[in-house]
Design a protein around this ligand. Structure first.
Ligand code: SIN
Length: 298
């Protein structure tokens, strides 16, 4: 089906597209919104350029996709707690928030549908974000490994990143530019299927990430590690990825359920400032057969 109101220009071979012809500071008509939603489902991360939006306009666009999450460990804007400022000051030469391949807050019972990240200030060079396609990662597994993973559950936790005892060695969150809280509550664990079904497409996606997935249910961390390492490395093969170069006014909106992303920390001495709005998703499930719950629940 073609698009009437927007122009969609593919970025990577299997993931990512730039959307042209949209001004997100204006109220979207129904057809434009439904074409953006279709472009999002088809490309799993979409990008807009040269936008000039207020926090209220950012929230108004996000609200069309669902309710907002408030990050439990990183403070939002005082006047809009649903907007998370993602900042790295020029003299804060740590890895930076979002560095390392992950999907956002998968330690929740209902991890996000997606995040909408708006660039207020971007480095003159560096500071790109990479995205990886978890449908593609699943499809490329052998039938044997798919069968093994299909019934498996993984344990997710924020403990390594935000736990009170985390030493912060190289953790993305140890970043003096942001207001990050560390606490024992980060050790809470959440179970999710290793393979999940995305309701809108009915497709299966690999759902493990290096930042928050600790182990497989019923397996120790040590036992889980070799297979998790294999999956983490497999998931970010170059052919599953795209890379986005930021400019002031750029926006990336990723489907957090079927992508990983990685904010590349290669801009020491330069400042980067983004605003992130995160939309709550459904509880992950893996559909079995055509009548499985949720398959038609888009
Ligand atoms: C994030 O992981 O939400 C941050 C991504 C980025 O800053 O590019």
């Amino acid at each position: 089906m073609t698009y009437q109101k927007i122009k969609v220009e593919a970025l990577g071979g299997t993931i990512g597209a730039e959307i042209h012809g949209v001004d997100l500071s204006r109220t979207l008509d129904n057809q434009t919104f439904s074409e953006i939603r279709r472009a999002f489902d088809e490309n799993i991360v979409i990008f807009f350029r040269d936008q000039n939006i207020t926090p209220e306009q950012h929230l108004a666009f996000g609200a069309k996709f669902g309710d907002f999450d408030i990050h439990p460990f990183a403070a939002g804007l005082p006047e809009h707690p649903e907007i998370l400022p993602v900042i790295r000051e020029a003299d804060d030469n740590v890895r930076g928030f979002g560095n390392g391949w992950h999907s956002d807050v998968t330690f929740y019972e209902r991890p996000p549908l997606g995040s909408i990240l708006y660039a207020l200030e971007s480095p003159a060079h560096g500071g790109d974000t990479m995205f990886a396609n978890m449908y593609q990662a699943y499809d490329a597994l052998s039938d044997g490994l798919k069968e093994t993973l299909d019934g498996m559950t993984a344990i997710h936790s924020a403990g390594d990143t935000y736990g009170a005892k985390s030493d912060g060695a190289g953790r993305p969150a140890r970043n003096k530019s942001m207001n990050i809280r560390y606490g024992d509550d980060a050790e809470a664990e959440m179970e999710h299927p290793v393979i999940r079904t995305i309701p809108e497409t009915g497709r299966k996606a690999l759902f493990v990430n290096r930042t928050y997935t600790k182990n497989f249910k019923g397996w120790t961390r040590e036992e889980s590690r070799p297979l998790l390492e294999y999956l983490w490395n497999h998931a970010i093969k170059p052919e599953f990825t795209c890379r986005f170069r930021w400019r002031r006014g750029s926006i990336a909106f990723w489907d957090n359920r079927c992508t990983l992303h990685n904010a590349i920390a290669d801009y020491n001495g330069q400042r980067r400032e983004m605003h992130r709005v995160t939309i709550i998703g459904e509880r992950p499930y893996m559909a079995r057969g055509d009548n499985a719950p949720g398959v038609a629940a888009a």
